[in-house]
Ligand binder design. Structure first.
Ligand code: ADP
Length: 621
């Protein structure tokens, strides 16, 4: 039996606290985020080169400005007297500047295309990996996790990190490069003014970290609340949900529930938007005031300093303040990215947690296919099987205990007994939708745990009480079982399932759209389509959960005929609700409290006068 993996067996993903998700192993987390980019490393290197080139380009124009001022517009002679402008040099410098702007713009566009395509592909990969991982999870995972919560991880959490993934690389590389290039240019121009301009920076970095922590906490709570809202929407606005809320007059209450959560969401969103605004405001004020302080300092240097030290030209002051003003943008951007990255930590943790989920049922490394199994195809054996649901309390008796039987190829074994006795669980174990807790289920003489899941599923057909049809045409729903089935095959299966005549009676025949928003089929029609679907698949083993009790007598008879046709020539395990339908079963097992209390044919059991006879007497009255 495979372990429950990193997340631990008893931990319910549904109730997992965001606080836990917010405190993961941080370096490991970021190295995993980095790994996501590995397939795109060539793009990334190119991006980095482009970004570095365009950042370097941004500091050149202010340096040209300095030359324009000091050498072209206001050239001075050796004595310091201002001469007439040098038009030739001026024109050259101006054209050079425009060319640089054009070049930088072109590089910027190329780089945006690169980063957005890499970022979106990484996001897309993450979404697909999550989807695939979730699909591999065992049935029990879905019974204990709200659908909305799962959807929320796929949509809200992955959506939440998409921004970081797309801006991450270019923003960090680009802005860091711009900041460094600007600082170097500033030092080259005048180191004293540079010192003055950066004196407040360390304070800002400390403040930024504090803001980041607050935002991270808010982000985790926002995602939780989003997930809750998705759950409410999912539960209430589905066909069954809306039906329930309408007939119980719960709409006002549901709206209330939604609007309460919505209010939390609004509060959190506003909090998130506002947290750090004072900080950004402060940064803007400081950075915008620096030029004014620089003028003051330049004035002071010119008047107070002695000869050589005071050699500060108008061009230098203009160039310096231009570069310094340009510093504001990349610095702010870097701080925002740092904040976003900090904020996204919780989301990445939630996403990786789902990616790390280990399916409780997985193929053994040396899993075999049924073709290699020693026994006859279609034989199912339960050998002293016990089972308890993973999340059932330890003091509860096991759901199944000591279940043993052998269904030979072609036989029909029926399971009867009171509701909750464990009949459905037996059938689900045969399909390995759950893993046994003790004993073994053997398929064609081989323990199902040693067989590949794919090959087991390939040999099994399942018809459950609740028939699920996709929002698609009847033909498409049928072809789910056999994508390349011809129209003749579809019709043959539908005739055998007693549903062909009904289908051709619909306006669009086999092209009638059914499912959630499609044509509403009756319960009996849906079941017969499900039976036709199984017939198309044509598996040697059939697992049936009869829903005939929910049907009227006419539909029941029609469905029963279809089921009988389907069972012919196949090993069939059937959960029976009406004893009349299983008179011909090869073996009937009476299940009570998770144990088989009696087994035999219909007649044998009636004669024995035990549990079955009592059940039969009960149904006759
Ligand atoms: P039957 O088909 O005979 O009506 P089931 O096999 O559906 O009975 O259920 C057997 C027992 O297992 C019941 O007590 C039921 O409450 C419990 N059970 C069914 N599904 C789950 C589940 N996903 N988690 C925990 N307990 C479950």
């Amino acid at each position: 039996m495979s372990g429950r993996g990193l997340t631990g067996g008893s931990r319910d993903p549904d109730t997992l606290r965001a606080e836990n998700a917010a405190a993961p192993d941080i370096p490991r987390l970021w190295s995993r985020v980095g790994e996501l980019f590995i397939p795109y490393r060539r793009h990334l290197i190119l991006t980095a080169i482009l970004v570095l080139a365009s950042s370097a380009l941004t500091v050149v124009p202010p340096l040209i400005v300095q030359r324009i001022f000091d050498h072209a517009l206001f050239p001075t002679d050796a004595a310091g007297a201002v001469l007439a402008p040098r038009m030739g040099l001026l024109t050259e410098l101006v054209f050079l500047m425009i060319a640089i702007f054009l070049g930088a713009a072109g590089l910027g566009i190329w780089q945006t295309w690169l980063t957005s395509s890499v970022g979106n592909r990484v996001t897309g990969d993450l979404r697909v990996r999550l989807f695939e991982r979730l699909q591999r999870m065992e049935l029990a995972f879905f019974t204990r996790t709200k659908t909305g919560v799962i959807q929320s991880r796929l949509q809200n959490d992955v959506g939440g990190v998409a921004g970081v993934l797309t801006t991450f690389v270019s923003s960090i590389v680009g802005n860091t490069a711009t900041v460094i290039a600007s600082l170097i240019a500033m030092i080259v121009l005048d180191w004293r003014l540079t010192l003055l301009a950066v004196v407040l920076m360390p304070g800002l970095v400390v403040a930024q970290r504090r803001v980041g922590l607050v935002r991270q906490r808010i982000a985790a709570r926002t995602q939780e609340s989003l997930s809750e809202m998705t759950s409410i929407t999912q539960e209430t606005l589905s066909v069954s949900g809306i039906l329930l809320s309408k007939v119980y007059n719960r709409q006002r209450l549901e709206s209330q529930r939604y609007s309460d959560e919505n209010r939390t969401q609004i509060r959190l969103q506003v909090q998130q938007a506002m947290s750090g605004q004072w900080f950004f405001g402060l940064v803007t004020v400081i950075m915008s005031s620096v030029p004014a302080v620089i003028y003051l300092a330049a004035g002071w240097l010119l008047t107070e300093g002695d000869g050589a030290d005071a050699a500060i030209t108008a061009g230098t002051v203009v160039a310096f303040t231009t570069i310094q003003a340009r510093l504001l943008f990349p610095l702010m951007a870097l701080m925002r990215v740092a904040l976003e990255v900090q904020t996204s930590r919780a989301l990445f943790a939630r996403i990786f947690e789902y990616l790390d989920l280990q399916p409780a049922i997985a193929d053994a490394p040396d899993a075999r296919t049924i073709a290699d199994a020693p026994g006859p195809l279609g034989q199912i054996e339960f050998r002293d099987v016990s089972f308890r649901y993973p999340d059932s309390p330890p003091d509860m008796p096991a759901t199944l205990d000591g279940i043993s039987f052998v269904a030979k190829p072609g036989q029909t074994h029926a399971f009867v007994g009171p509701s909750g006795a464990g009949k459905t669980t037996v059938v689900y174990l045969a399909a390995r939708l759950h893993e046994v807790s003790g004993g073994a289920v053997l398929f064609a003489g081989e323990d199902v745990r040693k067989l590949s899941q794919e090959s087991v599923v390939e040999h099994i057909g399942v018809v459950t009480q609740e028939t699920y049809l996709f929002h698609a045409t009847i033909a498409e729903n049928l072809r789910y079982a056999k994508p390349d089935a011809t129209m003749e095959e579809l019709e043959r299966a539908c005739r055998a399932a007693n549903i062909h005549d009904a289908i051709v009676g619909f306006a669009d025949g086999y092209d009638t759209v059914v499912g959630e928003r499609g044509y509403r089929l009756s319960g009996g029609e849906k079941q017969r389509i499900a039976i036709a679907r199984v017939l198309l698949k044509d598996p040697p083993v059939l697992l049936l959960d009869e829903a005939t009790s929910a049907l009227d007598t006419v539909s029941e008879r029609v469905v029963q005929q279809a089921l009988d046709a389907a069972a012919k020539g196949r090993t069939t395990l059937v959960v029976a609700h009406r004893l009349s339908t299983i008179a011909d079963a090869d073996v009937i097992h009476v299940v009570e409290g998770g144990r088989i209390v009696e087994s035999g044919t219909h007649d044998e059991l009636l004669k024995a006068g035990g549990a079955f006879a009592r059940l039969a007497a009960g149904q006759l009255t």
